[in-house]
Design a protein around this ligand. Structure first.
Ligand code: NAD
Length: 361
């Protein structure tokens, strides 16, 4: 149970929303409602000490509003850490639109949402996330300039995300094998969507032996035709004799079941929220002697790409910045070994320290 600080005359225990905000010190929540378009959305701003809050908008058919609220609070906090550890002058925010992305979308709904984003006057900048297409964001962009990743601008962030993931993977190899070459290393990529496919290209170019899995059979067939990779089953991947496991599909794949099976020495992939239970599974990975590259530090290429658009920087700038993920991951793993603390905790500390440093200047 978290601690609730009572302000004089206000019993926060009676206001669960404010209590949830105070648990991780969220700054602002905006509940958006528009009966005409069916828009129901929540924008959460976690922390703006480093700059305006940036994070994507997710459209998801949540079971209820509480689930949506919990998700937006968790995701916006995650963005604070990701933006901080990547050295960007951005805070953390996120938005969720409650509803079925297959049936509820309309120009009017996204334009209405855009006006809510605009009402925050740049304190929150939005982008695409799960369930959102470039066209939806184009409608948001009619109403506000506080949106990045529009078609014709910085474009698909996946190549930059894949490059950062690849560089971080090499940093782990450097620490473990004394060389960052991935030649002849067996790498298993779970999920060969936008990021996974670009990652395949980097790995094959370097001479790695690549195994892939995906639940989408037509995509898997196309990938196995286009690249020199080996296909493994969606569950079989956890039992493979591999050096590196690269989760690039969904979150929570590092859990009691999979960690009892994984025989790899490095885990480095682009998926968000890979640890099912951060404390339990982060520790278990360390106890097993596996090097884990913390997801939010490794997959920051996407937000780096957004930042470059915001600042008017070039694609080259974004790629160079993503290359720095090598050093970030190298330092995290080194410090984790020195202090015998799981890598995810070190990453959290580094992100928090940067915010504290800036806040105190
Ligand atoms: P994507 O939807 O293009 O690809 C994900 C792939 O995973 C799909 O092909 C899907 O069929 C497959 N998949 C789903 N469940 C699976 C399972 N159980 N086993 C095997 N395959 C499965 O998504 P993406 O843009 O490539 O992103 C991949 C991950 O990286 C996501 O978790 C995303 O949140 C994260 N991420 C992406 C970016 C980016 O720039 N695209 C940035 C940061 C983080």
């Amino acid at each position: 149970m978290f601690e609730v600080k009572n302000i004089e005359g206000v019993n926060l225990k009676e206001n669960p929303v404010i209590a949830k905000m105070s648990k991780y010190n969220h700054e602002q929540l905006l509940f958006c409602n528009d009966n005409d378009t069916g828009l129901k959305a929540i924008i959460a701003i976690h922390n703006t000490k480093l700059g305006p809050a940036l994070g994507g908008t997710r459209m998801w058919n949540y079971n209820n509003e509480t689930e949506a609220l919990d998700d937006v609070l968790r995701l916006s906090r995650g963005m604070t850490y990701k933006n901080s550890i990547s050295g960007l002058n951005l805070g953390g925010g996120k938005a969720v639109i409650i509803g079925d992305s297959h049936t509820m979308k309309s120009e009017a709904l996204f334009r209405r949402f855009g006006r809510f984003v605009h009402s925050l006057a740049g304190n929150y900048i939005t982008a695409e996330d799960v369930g959102i297409e470039p066209l939806d964001m184009t409608y948001v962009g009619v109403e506000t300039n506080y949106v990045v990743g529009l078609p014709g601008k910085s474009g698909d962030p996946s190549p930059v995300t894949a490059y950062g993931t690849y560089m971080g993977m090499k940093a782990c190899a450097k620490i473990l094998y004394g060389s960052d070459s991935l030649s002849e290393k067996v790498v298993a990529i779970q999920g060969v969507g936008h990021v996974g496919e670009y990652l395949i290209k980097y790995l094959l170019k370097e001479g790695a032996k690549v195994y892939v899995s995906d639940i989408h059979t037509p995509l898997l067939n196309r990938i196995s035709k286009d690249y020199n990779v080996n296909v493994v089953g969606i569950d079989e991947i956890y039992d493979l004799d591999m050096d590196i496991y690269a989760p690039c599909a969904l979150g929570a794949t590092l859990n009691d079941n999979t960690l009892n099976r994984l025989k790899c020495s490095i885990i480095a992939g682009a998926a968000n929220n890979q640890l099912e239970k951060e404390d339990v599974h982060g520790m278990k990975i360390m106890d097993k002697g596996i090097i884990y590259a913390p997801d939010f530090a490794l997959n920051a290429g996407g937000v780096i790409n957004c930042y470059s658009e915001l600042k008017g920087f070039s694609n080259e700038w974004a790629m160079t910045k993503a290359e720095e993920i090598y050093t970030t991951i190298y330092d995290i793993v080194k410090r984790s070994k020195k202090e015998s603390i799981p890598t995810y905790q070190i990453a959290n500390k580094i992100a928090e320290e940067r915010i504290l440093d800036i806040q105190n200047t």
